[in-house]
Design a protein around this ligand. Sequence first.
Ligand code: Z5A
Ligand code: MG
Length: 227
Amino acid sequence: MDQTGQSSNRGAFIVVEGLDRSGKSSQAARLLERLQTANIPAKLMKFPDRTTAIGKTIDSYLRSESDLDDRAIHLLFSANRWELATSISSALHSGTTLLCDRYAFSGIAFSAAKGLPYDWCRAPDISLPAPDLTLFLDVAPEVARERGGYGEERYEKEEMQRQVRVMFQRLGEETSGSGGGRQRWVTIDAGQSIQAVEEDIWRAVEPLVHGVDNPLERLWETTAAPS
Ligand code: Z5A
Ligand code: MG
């Protein structure tokens, strides 16, 4: 039994993180297609999920159509993950490999980059389902700026992106231990061609695609959850 009370032998939970315009959505879509072509049951999720009631409030904030206190928006981003936490865990335990385009690491990196205390930012995401692997797509902000669509939303400013990158590096150092004998955090050079990034991602993901035996853990928990 794992910390969520389910048996092991499940789908892998793979998160794609990175700076804006690092290619997360493009690579998550390519990875999904690759898995499905190989007949591996797989599903793609994205945070923020702008389709829920909470997600619609987040969307309006990101488009600068509404304003919110920094702490309030931080908690809404986290609540948006919690409202889908049960479906994440159910999909994994039904044997589906789950790809997730941004997750709790984005939540901490962006709010801490704005100046909120790091530990405060991390607290609401403690106990969410923990990824088996986080792929961090690293790209210089100057390179990201040259890519399509940059600058349309609230946080897409170069100085903010530099701060976010520092926060992601800290998160990577704290998450880089191994789980089930594998690295939990892998940095990918996202300044390469789309095809080269895809191949690097595949090398990191391939050992997980036929399922994982180790139990699903919860993020940043030091003690087991009550049964
Ligand atoms: N946010 C937060 O504050 N707290 C949270 O908890 C969460 C998020 C979850 C919206 O996120 C904002 O929410 C985001 C973080 C904050 N802040 N900002 N700004 P979003 O995920 O909805 O953002 P997005 O609009 O999808 O953009 P993105 O994710 O930053 O882009 P991307 O997915 O990384 O890149 P892409 O769409 O795949 O590619 C962008 C362009 O680059 C496109 O034209 C591609 O063809 C091109 N591209 C991709 N890869 C390459 C390579 N390798 N070479 C050349 N060109 C490439
Ligand atoms: Mg995206």
